[in-house]
Design a protein around this ligand. Structure first.
Ligand SMILES: [Zn+2]
Ligand SMILES: [Zn+2]
Length: 312
């Protein structure tokens, strides 16, 4: 699993940071790419990565503020031009459907692929054999959601030598055992998958939040997760502004990470008031509360591997 940050600014684009968007790369899990928020010019940012728009098959929208959705119509149109024909599903708050459909209708943008738009409520968004995605409402100035993505436990590794010793011939039967299926050998014996595979491996989990003040829903979404992506529009000195505008300081984000007992915090949605030199200070303020803090920049690329978050 990988995370690509396409836009890490707050409110407006700046020379250093575009408006909100990030990509969760689940191609190693055969799920393609999922986008979270799509601020203006997100498709321009995508051009600077190797990610193909047609490979993005789900978009999660946290809330309807422009810095999180103004890039959607352009992205949707380009995905058509660039040969996308697989279904795209967009999840977002009430009103997202009207906004997208009006934009497409008035600009006569015809899509070459099926577009499904689901307006969301708190609770389970979807579940399949591999993943579960749920959502809770955060505390912002308009309705705004956070998402929790959980990978289900993975089947244990196949103990090849043990299987071969038990008489399983090399070939398709080994694959079945690896996938958790029991098999029958030519001599009639049944080999149980559980007897020739290791213990199931823990899947990963992450919480990706929209704009919010410190709130219990954020802690709940992130509880026990490996990674928390949390906004940090302000620093500790501008905490009064954070409260007024329904945002968080880096201290609020770190407090949420600590209370939720996550492995790593990635802070995004950073105000343009902070210059490069201030970023170190943000990092310091966060890490006095929660040690494993990363301040995302545009094109920051992280990988979750061996239970660790690594910057690529
Ligand atoms: Zn925002
Ligand atoms: Zn907002």
């Amino acid at each position: 699993m990988e995370l690509f940050f396409l836009g890490t600014g707050a409110g407006m684009p700046s020379k250093q940071r575009n408006t909100s968007s990030l990509i969760l790369n689940l191609s190693a899990e055969n799920k393609g790419y999922w986008m979270f928020d799509c601020g203006e010019a997100t498709q321009h940012q995508l051009l600077r990565t190797s990610i193909k728009p047609r490979k993005i098959n789900k978009i999660f929208i946290t809330h309807l503020h422009g810095d999180h959705i103004f890039g959607l119509p352009g992205f949707l149109g380009s995905r058509s031009f660039l040969g996308g024909d697989d279904e795209l599903v967009i999840y977002g708050p009430t009103g997202i459907k009207e906004w997208i459909m009006s934009s497409l209708r008035l600009t006569k943008t015809h899509l070459t692929y099926p577009l499904k738009i689901e307006e969301i409520n708190e609770g389970l968004l979807f579940e399949d054999e591999q993943f579960k995605v749920s959502t809770l409402e955060l505390q912002h100035v308009i309705e705004c959601f956070g998402f929790r993505i959980e990978q289900k436990p993975l089947p244990g590794k196949l103990l090849v030598e043990k299987a071969v010793e038990a008489g399983v011939p090399k070939g398709p039967l080994l694959k079945k055992l690896k996938d958790g299926l029991d098999v029958e050998l030519d001599d009639g014996r049944i080999i149980y998958s559980k007897d020739v595979t290791g213990a199931p491996q823990k899947g990963f989990s992450l919480a990706i939040l929209g704009d919010t003040k410190y709130c219990s829903a954020a802690v709940e979404l992130a509880t026990g997760a490996d990674i928390l992506v949390h906004e940090a529009t302000f620093d500790n000195e501008t905490g009064n502004l954070a409260k007024e505008y329904g945002h968080s300081t880096i201290g609020d984000a770190a407090r949420t990470a600590k209370e939720a007992n996550v492995n790593a915090l990635i802070a995004n949605h950073i105000s343009a008031r902070f210059m490069q030199a201030d970023i170190e200070n943000l990092q310091k303020q966060g890490s006095t509360i929660f040690p494993n803090v990363h301040i995302a920049e545009d094109f920051s690329h992280f990988e979750w591997k061996d239970e660790q978050l690594r910057k690529k």
